[in-house]
Each structure stands twice: as structure tokens, then as C-alpha cells.
Ligand binder design. Structure first.
Ligand code: NAD
Length: 489
């Protein structure tokens, strides 16, 4: 389909070489058409073992971890070659992820490529050493200094919904910090990761073994990476359920785990907000990429007195959005990634109906689309915050509207969730907005439509939405150890 993916299948990147998968190949599917796009290399447990060995040797036996300027140079080479091939990458992203082409100019593709500059700059400008001065202890004077060093071998395990964003938001800072990496992408989007292999070999000086890419349709390779004692750290993005397994598996070797997990974020609309515009905006955002975003505000909490108006405004916005072909420039809601994921969304819609919910708009597959894993943008009303669809992550274009009885009640409802990833607040009185912002237990918040996504902005979750922060300086520091050195003064 394009110059980057050879028709006979892609390869693994292990120890600086492109190699076939020990378990053959597996199919990658276009979720908008259900057609087989082609083959991806299917790694075996031996391949994963070889990738970890290569990353370990590259960390222990090369100067990579001690040369930040060289790392910055390599990351800029990677950024530049990805930019040169951006149109081919765009085609792969739209075809394999089902991502609306409109989103590829932002977080689906071009955003994260550009964000490699932030990591490269940090490698050069970060304060690796801090002098803590002289202190006396038991009659001995010592000069103390801290040194920040790479953690070592990092296993990066990623999902399919924003594959470039999540792969690069891990590779950029992990490599800039001096680590070596084994990347295990999601089985649904192998090409988005595999395309990096040949580009890295042909167009960058990233040394052999520093970055290894292991595609597979077998989730147990992820567990293997987590359990291996030669791996020092796991950076994981995915569901909260898998995050629990990762944390449990990592505990046997007590390795550092950095977890970006699920969400069920609330949009809180206060009674002095413009209800119609807040509801319309929130509904629109839930349909973006068919709701396959961890930080989307999929619960909307609105004042009870204007509940019907808010439902009507949100339903009208959702009814105006067509789940459609992601290659069309105007599409914002494409397909779900797989039949499995569509089944999951439809199961939640059945649960909502069974629990007495009212499907105000959507609720099924779009008319005239007999191919592709599409679900109509859907609004559910009439259910409390304790209902299944208000508590569990659906990962589809589904908004649940819930009434609140004032600011304190809205905060209580927003926090009545195992998750704490994101949210939004809509209101005109700055003091009331500030009280709500302070009360909500989440890692990011948008006020009146503000956008928080940027390379320098730390993103992550409270509660069961994760541990740690991605992006920003905080995201870079996740990949660093601290060494304290004392010498007689
Ligand atoms: P998933 O948890 O099913 O899989 C994620 C990755 O983990 C895949 O690469 C998978 O192969 C691997 N994996 C599966 N089982 C494993 C195990 N036992 N040990 C190690 N690795 C294992 O998630 P998904 O369905 O691919 O992605 C959707 C989920 O990701 C949603 O819950 C979404 O909220 C979450 N997500 C979170 C963020 C965030 O930044 N917080 C961003 C995007 C997606």
C-alpha cells in the first residue's frame, strides 16, 4: 500500500537488524473496511529474549547512556526521517488504526513526531548534576552531589488507540534519558511500530540494540518482558485491568513501573455555564476517534434543573456527527479498532438498556455501513452515576448524562469513580470553578474548553488511572535514577 511496508510483511528490529518473526506472521486489518491490509512479523518468546539481550548489551557495553549530545542528535535524526515519510505514515495510520485523517495533523501523528524535539532538547539542557553543598555529619564534612542517570533497560508496552503518540511519548524521553528500549506495541497496530525499524537503521545513528521493536499477536510476550530480570523498568499504557497484571508481574523483580491506564472522566457543567455550548462541545469531543481516547469526558454532569436542555443539546450535537470513512477529510468519528471492541461497546449499550437507561440518540450501527466496525455516536440518559455505563470505561463514542444538585454534589459525583485521569469544568465564576478544580481528583483538567495536550505538559492519572506522568519534564524524569555522591570536603 505504500513504500514503507513491503508486501511480504514487516520485520522485527532486534540488535540493529531487521529479522523475521519466529512465530511467522499475523494479519493486520483495516477497521474501516475489515480488509486484511497485510502481514506483520509475529515474534516468538525467543525473539523477545533476543531483544531484551540486545537492549541489555547496548546499555551495559556502549557509551549511549553517557552521551546526551549524541542521543539528542539521534532523536533529531529520527524526528527528521519521520517527517520526511509523514505522508506514508499518515496512510498507514488511517488504514491500520482507523484514525480520522483530520487527527493525523495533531496527536495521532504529526504532534508526537514534533514532540521528539522536546526530548532531544532536554537531553542537551537538563541539569544532570546538582551540587548539594557541604554538610557535617558525626564530625565529618562532606560535599554532596546528585547525578541523574538512566534507569537501564526499559520495556515499553503500548495500546492501539494513539499508537504513534504513545510509542513516541515513551521512546523519546526514555532514549533521551539514556536508556535502551524494547518496544512491544499492541497486536492491533503492529505496522505503526514496525515501520520505525527500517527508518532507524537506514536514517539514524541510533546504535544497534538501543531500540528494539517486537511485534506479536501474543499478549504473553508483554508479560515476558515485564517478568524478565534483565529489564529495569516497564512503561505501560493500556487498560487498568492489564495494568494490574503488569504491576503484579513486575513485583517479582521489584522493577519500576510507570502506568498510564484507563479513564471515565467527567465534564462538570455548573449552573452559570452556557449549558448548550458546554453540552455540545462535550458531546462532540466524545465522538472524536470513535471515543477511543483514555482522557475523553464520557460522563457529563449537569444541573438537575436544566437536565433535559443539556440532554437535548448534547443529543443534537451527537446526532449531527456521522460515524464515517476515516479517509474523508471531514470525518471525526471513524470505526472502532476491531469486531471485539465493537462487541464490547454494544454489550455496554445492552447493559444500559437493561438497567433502564434511555438511548436518546445513536445506539446501533450506522445505516448503510455493512463493512467496518462502526458504532453511531450515542447518548445515554436516565441512569445514575453508580450505573455500569457511568462507572466502567466503554471506549466507544458513548456519552452518559447525569444530573447533579450543585457544585459540591458535582465534585462528589466526579470523584465517585475508580478512575482519575481527566475531566473538564464549565462555569463563568472563577472562584466556583477554582473550588471545583481543587476538589476533583484527576491528573488533568480542562476549564471552559482549554486544551492541555502539549509536549511540555505532564499527563497522567490519579487513583486507578495510573502511576507517573508522561510528557513534560516530569515524563522525562520517570526514566531517570538518582545517584548521590559524597566526598570529603
Ligand atoms: P490492553 O491493556 O488490552 O493492552 C495494552 C498492551 O498491553 C498491548 O500491547 C497488549 O498486548 C499488552 N498486554 C496485554 N496483556 C498483557 C500482560 N498480561 N502483560 C503485559 N502486557 C500485556 O489495552 P488496549 O485495549 O490495547 O488499549 C485500550 C486501553 O488503553 C484503554 O483502557 C485506555 O483507557 C488505555 N489507554 C490509556 C492511556 C493513558 O495515557 N492513560 C492512553 C491510551 C489508552
Amino acid at each position: 500500500m505504500n513504500g514503507l511496508v513491503p508486501p511480504e510483511g514487516t520485520s522485527l528490529l532486534i540488535g540493529g537488524k531487521l529479522v523475521p518473526g519466529g512465530s511467522g506472521v499475523f494479519e493486520t486489518i483495516n477497521p474501516a473496511t475489515e480488509e486484511v491490509l497485510g502481514q506483520a512479523a509475529n515474534a516468538s518468546a525467543d525473539d523477545m529474549n533476543a531483544a531484551i539481550s540486545a537492549a541489555r548489551s547496548a546499555f551495559d557495553e556502549t557509551g549511549w547512556s553517557r552521551d546526551p549530545d549524541f542521543r539528542a542528535h539521534c532523536l533529531r535524526q529520527l524526528r527528521d526521517v519521520l517527517r520526511e515519510h509523514v505522508e506514508e505514515l499518515r496512510a498507514i495510520t488511517v488504514a491500520e488504526v482507523g484514525a480520522p485523517v483530520m487527527l493525523t495533523s495533531g496527536p495521532q501523528l504529526e504532534g508526537p513526531i514534533g514532540d521528539l524535539s522536546f526530548s532531544a532538547d532536554l537531553a542537551e539542557t537538563y541539569s544532570w548534576h546538582t551540587d548539594l553543598g557541604v554538610a557535617e555529619q558525626m564530625g565529618i564534612s562532606s560535599r554532596r552531589a546528585t547525578r541523574r542517570e538512566a534507569v537501564g533497560v526499559v520495556g515499553a508496552i503500548t495500546p492501539w488507540n494513539f499508537p504513534h503518540q504513545i510509542n513516541l511519548a515513551k521512546l523519546g524521553p526514555a532514549l533521551a534519558a539514556g536508556n535502551t528500549v524494547v518496544l512491544k506495541p499492541a497486536p492491533d497496530t503492529p505496522w505503526c511500530a514496525a515501520v520505525l525499524g527500517p527508518l532507524i537503521i537506514d536514517h539514524t545513528e541510533i546504535p544497534a540494540g538501543v531500540l528494539n521493536i517486537v511485534t506479536s499477536d501474543d499478549h504473553t510476550l508483554g508479560a515476558q518482558l515485564v517478568q524478565d530480570p534483565r529489564v529495569d523498568m516497564i512503561t505501560f499504557t493500556g487498560s487498568t485491568q492489564t495494568g494490574r497484571s503488569v504491576m503484579a508481574d513486575a513485583s517479582t523483580t521489584l522493577k519500576r513501573t510507570f502506568l498510564e491506564l484507563g479513564g471515565k472522566s467527567a465534564a462538570i457543567v455548573l449552573d452559570d455555564a452556557d449549558i448548550v455550548s458546554a453540552a455540545s462541545y462535550t458531546a462532540f469531543s466524545v465522538a472524536i476517534h470513535a471515543g477511543q481516547g483514555c482522557a475523553l469526558t464520557t460522563r457529563m454532569l449537569v444541573p438537575r434543573a436544566v437536565y433535559d436542555d443539556a440532554v437535548a443539546a448534547a443529543a443534537s450535537a451527537l446526532a449531527g456527527i456521522k460515524a464515517d470513512d476515516p479517509t474523508k477529510p471531514g470525518t471525526i468519528c471513524g470505526p472502532l479498532i476491531s469486531a471485539r471492541q465493537r462487541d464490547r461497546v454494544e454489550r455496554y449499550l445492552d447493559i444500559a438498556r437493561a438497567q433502564g437507561g434511555h438511548i436518546v440518540t445513536g445506539g446501533g450501527r450506522p445505516a448503510g455501513k455493512d463493512r467496518g466496525y462502526f458504532v453511531e455516536p450515542t447518548l445515554i440518559a436516565g441512569l445514575p452515576n453508580t450505573s455500569t455505563v457511568a462507572q466502567e470505561e466503554i471506549f466507544g463514542p458513548v456519552l452518559v448524562v447525569i444530573p447533579h444538585d450543585g457544585d459540591a454534589d458535582a465534585i462528589r459525583l466526579a470523584n465517585e469513580s475508580p478512575y482519575g485521569l481527566s475531566g473538564s469544568v464549565w462555569g463563568t465564576d472563577p472562584e466556583r470553578v477554582e473550588r471545583v478544580v481543587s476538589g476533583v481528583r484527576t491528573g488533568t483538567l480542562s476549564v471552559n474548553g482549554g486544551l492541555w495536550y502539549h509536549a511540555d505538559a505532564p499527563f497522567g492519572g490519579y487513583k486507578q488511572s495510573g502511576i507517573g506522568r508522561e510528557m513534560g519534564v516530569a515524563g522525562f524524569e520517570e526514566y531517570l535514577e538518582t545517584k548521590l555522591i559524597a566526598t570529603p570536603a
